[in-house]
Design a protein around this ligand. Structure first.
Ligand SMILES: C[S@@+](CC[C@H](N)C(=O)[O-])C[C@H]1O[C@@H](n2cnc3c(N)ncnc32)[C@H](O)[C@@H]1O
Ligand SMILES: *[C@@H]1O[C@H](CO)[C@@H](O)[C@H](O)[C@H]1NC(C)=O
Ligand SMILES: *[C@@H]1O[C@H](CO)[C@@H](O)[C@H](O)[C@H]1NC(C)=O
Ligand SMILES: CC(=O)N[C@H]1CO[C@H](CO)[C@@H](O)[C@@H]1O
Length: 246
C-alpha cells in the first residue's frame, strides 16, 4: 500500500501567509524593543560600562577623579561601596542636563554624596574644571576618566589637553571605549537603525586606528592600551582601556 504524505501545515506553504507572518512577527518584535528601550539599555550598556568603571576603580586608590561624561552616574554608583572603601572621590561633569538631574537623584538614593558629585558642563570649559579640582596647595586631580564619552566629542585631542591642565604632573587619563576594527559595509546604517529602535545613541563609528593616531600624536605617553577583560571583543569591535600619562 502506497503511503501518502500527510500535509499537516498547508497554510505554511502559502507564500502570502508566510510573508504576512514574517511582517507581523518582526513588527511585534520592533514594538517590543522600542517599548523596552530603557531596560535594554540597563541590560546591555549598564552591564558593559559598570564593568569598565570597575576596571578603572580597581587601579586607583585615595584619589580625586574627574569623570568626563559621567551620564546619570549609575555605572559609577554601582561601585559606591568600593569608592568609599578606597577613599576615592569622583567629580562628574556631563553636558546633558537631564542626565545631571538623574545623577543627583541616583547619588542621593545611594547615599553617596560625600564621594560622588555631578555638575552640568562641558569638558572644554576649563574654568569649570578648575572650580571642581580639589582645594589645597596642588589643587589638581589625581586622574581623569572618560567612559564611553571620548568618541562623542568633536575634538578629542583638545579635550585631552583641557583636562591635562587640571591634572597633577604625572597624573593619568583613563579612557574606556569600544573601537571598530575596520569598516563593515552597512554597520553605520545598522547603528543608526539601532538608535531609532532602541532610542539609545550608540555614538558615531570610532575606528581604532583613528583614535590611536590621536593618542600617538599627542604629547602624552600611552602607558597602556589593552582589551578590557570580560567586555566586548569580536571581529568588529573591541572595548579597550587606554591609559595616557600627562
Ligand atoms: C555614552 S555616555 C557614557 C556615560 C557614563 N560615563 C557610562 O559609561 O555609563 C557619554 C556621555 O558623555 C556626555 N558628553 C557628551 N559630550 C560632552 C561634553 N562635551 N562634555 C561632557 N560630557 C559630554 C553625554 O552627555 C553622555 O552622558
Ligand atoms: C540611566 O540612564 C540610562 C540611559 O538613558 C537609562 O536607561 C537608565 O534607566 C538610567 N538609570 C537611572 C537609575 O537613572
Ligand atoms: C601607535 O603607536 C603604537 C606604538 O608605538 C603602534 O604600534 C601603532 O601602530 C600606532 N598606531 C597608529 C595608528 O599610529
Ligand atoms: C575620599 C572621600 O570623599 N571619602 C568619603 C566617602 O564617603 C564617606 C562617608 O560616606 C566619607 O567618610 C569619606 O570621607
Amino acid at each position: 500500500m502506497a503511503e501518502t504524505e500527510t500535509d499537516w501545515f498547508p497554510l505554511l506553504r502559502s507564500p502570502f501567509l508566510t510573508t504576512t507572518g514574517i511582517i507581523v512577527a518582526s513588527t511585534l518584535g520592533l514594538v517590543l524593543v522600542r517599548s523596552n528601550a530603557s531596560s535594554i539599555y540597563d541590560l546591555v550598556i549598564f552591564k558593559m560600562t559598570s564593568l569598565w568603571y570597575k576596571a578603572v576603580i580597581d587601579r586607583i586608590s585615595s584619589a580625586c577623579i574627574l569623570d568626563i561624561g559621567i551620564g546619570n552616574a549609575t555605572s559609577c554608583l554601582a561601585h559606591a561601596d568600593l569608592l568609599k572603601e578606597k577613599s576615592i572621590t569622583v567629580k562628574g561633569v556631563d553636558f546633558t542636563q537631564h542626565y545631571v538631574d538623574a545623577a543627583q537623584v541616583n547619588i542621593a538614593s545611594k547615599d553617596a554624596a560625600s564621594n560622588v558629585s555631578v555638575v552640568y558642563g562641558s569638558v572644554y570649559d576649563l574654568p569649570l574644571l578648575k572650580s571642581l579640582a580639589p582645594k589645597g596647595p596642588n589643587s589638581k586631580f589625581d586622574a581623569v576618566y572618560f567612559s564611553g564619552s571620548i568618541s562623542l566629542l568633536p575634538d578629542p585631542l583638545e579635550a585631552l589637553r583641557t583636562v591635562a591642565k587640571v591634572l597633577k604632573k604625572g597624573g593619568l587619563i583613563y579612557v574606556t571605549q569600544t573601537y571598530q576594527h575596520r569598516n563593515v559595509p552597512g554597520l553605520a546604517t545598522f547603528k543608526r537603525n539601532m538608535k531609532f529602535f532602541t532610542t539609545i545613541d550608540f555614538g558615531e563609528l570610532t575606528f581604532e586606528k583613528d583614535i590611536m593616531e590621536i593618542y600617538n600624536n599627542s604629547e602624552y605617553e600611552v602607558v597602556e592600551h589593552k582589551p578590557i577583560e570580560g567586555s566586548v571583543d569580536n571581529a568588529f569591535q573591541t572595548a579597550y582601556l587606554t591609559i595616557l600619562k600627562v
